[in-house]
Design a protein around this ligand. Structure first.
Ligand code: 13P
Length: 245
């Protein structure tokens, strides 16, 4: 049985104070028994310290939205995954489409990040997803399976990793994939993982909201969500979490 994950990617939103307000609400609700799966929050790097103060020692996990693939050195502006680990992080998001598109991160760079993150005992969450023209020209599987293969090229497949399927055309657009479209992509990814498919958690991301989470969560191969906009508000995020029960 794969344990479900409800992950929130805060992107470049929230101050430390706003993060505190979010967790006051989330942690109180978790005490009163809101269930649905493992919660993972990816705050902006500058907010990680505040998040760690709130959630370390609770059932909530947190991670970096992006990291470098070395522990330290002359890499101006980069985040050390080792430092994040020392602060209590357990996950690192790798290859979000915004990193791929806006910051031109290549599959080969992402493969190094996945391998390094695993080597220090953190869990990489590798994002894959096709853009609209790739979908419309029937290339969805070719693109996402290619990103999967390349991203895991140097991975230790015996160590944990999580996959997030995030179609680029669904991110921040309000245009969510249908449960059938998402399920089809998840099945293709799971099959490609071979013997590891059955145990690997594959999350869906892209315009997940409290209103559409239930029908997506009902699909057999959707093991949870990577939520952007709707993870910024505690009430909606908890509703999405509950849909995973
Ligand atoms: P939205 O939920 O805002 O579409 O963002 C999805 C996403 O990019 C999560 O990583």
């Amino acid at each position: 049985m794969r344990k479900k994950i409800c992950a929130g990617n805060w992107k470049m939103y929230k101050t430390p104070k706003e993060a505190g307000e979010f967790f006051d609400s989330i942690l109180a609700s978790l005490k009163s028994n809101v269930k649905g799966g493992e919660i993972v929050i990816f705050p902006p790097a500058l907010v990680c310290e505040s998040v760690a103060k709130y959630v370390n020692g609770s059932s909530v996990h947190w991670g970096l939205q992006n990291s470098y693939f070395e522990s330290k050195g002359a890499f101006t502006g980069e985040n050390s995954p080792d430092v994040a680990k020392a602060m209590g992080a357990t996950y690192v998001l790798v290859g979000h489409s915004e990193r791929r598109k806006i910051f031109s991160e290549s599959d080969s760079l992402l493969a190094k990040k996945v391998a390094y993150v695993q080597s220090i005992g953190l869990t990489p969450m590798l994002c894959v997803g096709e853009d609209l023209s790739e979908r419309e020209t029937g290339r969805t599987n070719e693109v996402i399976l290619g990103q999967l293969d390349e991203g895991l090229k140097s991975a230790d497949r015996k160590k944990p990793f999580v996959i997030a399927y995030e179609p680029v055309w669904a991110i921040g657009t309000g245009k969510v994939a249908t449960p059938e479209q998402a399920e089809e992509a998840h099945v293709a990814l799971r099959e490609r993982l071979g013997g590891l498919g059955e145990s690997t958690r594959i999350l869906y991301g892209g315009s997940v909201k409290p209103e559409n989470a239930g029908e997506l969560a009902a699909k057999k191969n959707i093991d949870g969500f990577l939520v952007g906009g709707a993870s910024l508000e505690a009430k909606g995020f908890l509703q999405i979490l509950s849909s995973l029960q």
